[in-house]
Design a protein around this ligand. Structure first.
Ligand code: NAD
Length: 286
């Protein structure tokens, strides 16, 4: 039996709407200030997923008339060479933002490299200063994937005060900042991770579940409180090349009140909010 009341949270449609606005903003910046937002993207090595993600970011930027400058460096790049490039880009006045595509090859220290990016040009909220500002409640820039998750939750319900939210995952990229954004909106948050016991019991109590683990179909139908909102952040490529998430979409839509698909949920909004941060960084340079 299909639950006809389950709302499918269409990230692609939401991202399209956001991008229409951003395109207008970019036109205005060009017309009024002769300013074209410009981002430098640093990609090291040939991680297949990273190549795809960078391609998507470049394509989207170009469709919004945002300029991208790709620095595709060999896997053998040293830490010093990487830091030197970042310091050079920090000083370039016509480059408004810098994105270091993660993960880096194992020989490189990503925390050290991210620390080199000048916080004003950081559009991922990953430099120590911006992370500190974000978690102390005075954000300079909002992280992209967490913004995408919150946007989808707020389509389901604008006011989430007092609701129980279970966040599965504690990374600095997704799990931890998502928990902070939901708590800022007065949800009661529980953050689970690989050491959590009885995840299925915690999830039964949750009005909102955000799963960001990369563990295929971890979240099961009998974990879901009927009517709950389920956001799937996971992106997993199966051996036959299919992209799936942390959530068994077809099963869980039968009980959930709202659910985001993979692909077509959080992913497009992550790119959309990245474009927004790039435009903001350019505006802040005025
Ligand atoms: P990560 O590996 O840094 O973190 C994974 C987290 O999940 C960890 O905190 C770990 O403790 C937890 N975890 C793993 N297995 C678990 C289990 N069985 N039970 C409970 N907790 C478990 O990954 P990340 O960077 O946070 O990304 C998570 C997933 O989201 C990946 O699949 C990634 O590809 C995807 N992702 C998607 C987007 C997007 O735009 N849609 C953006 C970033 C990441």
């Amino acid at each position: 039996v299909t639950n006809s009341t389950c709302k499918i949270l269409d990230g692609r449609k939401e991202a399209d709407n956001l991008e229409v606005q951003l395109k207008k903003e970019v036109q205005q910046l060009q017309k009024k200030f002769n300013l074209t937002p410009k981002i430098a993207i640093i990609l090291i090595g040939h991680n297949p997923a990273s190549l795809i993600y960078v391609g998507k970011k470049q394509e989207k930027a170009s469709s919004l008339n945002i300029q991208t400058l790709l620095y595709h460096l060999p896997s053998a790049t040293t830490q010093d060479e990487l830091h030197e490039l970042i310091r050079h880009l920090n000083k370039e006045p016509l480059i408004h933002s810098i994105l270091l595509q993660l993960p880096l090859p194992l020989s490189l220290d990503s925390t050290a490299a991210l620390s080199q990016i000048t916080p004003l040009k950081d559009v991922d909220c990953l430099t120590p200063e911006n992370v500190g500002l974000f978690f102390s409640g005075r954000p300079r820039v909002l992280p992209c994937t967490p913004q995408g998750c919150l946007h989808l939750v707020n389509i389901w319900k604008k006011d989430i005060t007092g609701l129980n939210a279970l966040i599965i995952g504690r990374s600095l990229l997704v799990g931890s900042p998502v928990a902070k954004l939901l708590s800022n909106q007065n949800a009661t948050t529980i953050q689970a991770h690989s050491g959590t016991k009885n995840l299925h019991l915690l999830s039964k109590e949750a009005d909102i579940i955000i799963s960001a683990t990369g563990s295929p179909h971890l979240v099961k139908k009998n974990w879901i409180k009927p009517g709950a909102c389920v956001i799937d952040v996971g992106i997993i490529k199966t051996s036959d090349g299919e992209i799936i998430g942390d959530v068994d979409f077809e099963e869980i839509r039968k009980v959930a009140g709202a659910i985001s698909p993979v692909p077509g949920g959080v992913g497009p909004l992550t790119v959309g909010f990245l474009m927004k941060n790039i435009v903001e960084a350019a505006k802040n340079s005025l």
